[in-house]
Design a binder for this molecule. Structure first.
Ligand SMILES: Nc1ncnc2c1ncn2[C@@H]1O[C@H](COP(=O)(O)OP(=O)(O)O)[C@@H](O)[C@H]1O
Ligand SMILES: [Mg+2]
Length: 336
């Protein structure tokens, strides 16, 4: 008996539904014109594809906005190059089959996986590989039901939402629980596998999570492994990169380090790196949030003083030194 073929209704990239045309028409001027549905003179040069898709802007943004991540940035440029050449090949009638674009982003928390996935969705959209370019981020709980018969509708609902874009499955390995014989996760995996194969012209799946757990997951799920075209391994940031990330985050929020505060934050980071549950750039963001909270409390206490612009944007050393990581008692515990 053959397994049922899951096709999400109205989701094929080849159907010219009115809704899709309306969407294409409402795109801003910046939007790509290389959309396969748009009907365009076939590109002849790499420059043609780049000009039509405006994909290079996204690649440049990725370079500027994200600190470090050189291997990831290089891989993404390579993937973009592959897709651009694919467009030119298609214009010559060469191998018109849509390439498999499903990916795995492995790495520790806070290494930029979700951020890069959003950019990737934009790149794929501009190059016309997905219709909409949105990203739907889910975890096991969004796909798997608790009772018999609940999983298939749940998974299909998510797939429907993600069609035309990227489905980002965080901690994807939780879908597979071999210790539980009748786990419904397997059902979600099977539906995903079919859609990843049959509707790959309209949906890109990115699986994300810790590298070792991802590897184990692929070993037990060769079907999933064989459908992943690109594996990107996100490295941890070093202390210098984390400090630069802090500079960027503060600037974005219109704050800055006052005299000596950057040095103290560097010290903070070195301490935080030794602690459990360190989550790279996310820990930086959280630490800065707390520093802003302490800055606000400090200023709040000075009821009568006129607060200058400088007062309001400056994080002082004491706003960071208030962290529990600088409390002597904590230090003793750590060295113990
Ligand atoms: N290289 C980087 N440069 C600047 N900010 C970053 C960088 N990597 C991550 N961030 C920021 O750190 C936070 C966590 O990143 P995120 O993409 O959610 O990580 P992950 O999905 O790997 O857990 C986000 O606010 C993101 O903007
Ligand atoms: Mg994430």
């Amino acid at each position: 008996m053959s397994a049922p073929l899951y096709r999400i209704p109205g989701a094929s990239a080849n159907t010219a539904e009115p809704a899709q045309s309306a969407e294409a028409a409402s795109q801003p001027a910046m939007a790509p014109v290389s959309n396969p549905h748009a009907g365009h003179t076939p590109p002849k040069t790499v420059a043609d594809v780049l000009a039509q898709s405006q994909v290079e802007e996204v690649l440049d943004e990725l370079d500027h906005e994200l600190v470090g991540l050189v291997p990831i940035k290089t891989r993404i440029r390579d993937i973009a190059a592959l897709l651009v050449i694919d467009k030119l090949r298609a214009a010559h009638g060469l191998n018109a089959q849509s390439p498999s674009l499903h990916m795995c982003f492995s790495g520790n928390p806070g290494t930029g996986k979700t951020t890069v996935a959003l950019r990737m969705a934009e790149i794929l959209h501009r190059l016309g590989y997905i219709r909409k370019g949105h990203l739907v981020a889910v975890t096991r709980d969004d796909l798997v039901g608790q009772y018999i018969g609940h999983t298939a509708p749940k998974t299909k609902e998510v797939l429907k939402k993600a069609m035309g874009g990227v489905l980002f499955i965080d901690e994807a390995y939780y879908l597979y629980r071999p210790e539980n014989e009748r786990d419904y996760g397997q059902e979600a995996i099977e539906i995903l596998l079919q859609v990843m194969e049959n509707q790959r012209d309209d949906l890109v799946v990115i699986l994300a999570g810790y590298k070792d757990r991802m590897d184990t997951f692929f070993q037990s799920n060769p079907g999933m492994s064989s459908r992943i075209a690109h594996h990107l391994d996100f490295p941890d940031y070093d202390a210098g990169e984390l400090l630069t990330i802090a500079d960027k985050m503060l600037a974005q929020q219109q704050y800055r380090f006052g005299l000596g505060a950057r040095q103290v934050f560097d010290d903070y980071l070195c301490r935080r790196l030794q602690q459990p549950h360190f989550a790279n750039a996310r820990s930086v963001r959280n630490a800065l949030d707390r520093a802003r909270l302490r800055q606000a409390s400090r200023l709040f206490a000075e009821r009568e003083r006129t607060l200058s612009r400088d007062d309001l944007i400056t994080i002082e050393p004491q706003d960071i030194l208030g962290s529990r990581l600088f409390k002597p008692q904590q230090q003793e515990q750590r060295t113990a």
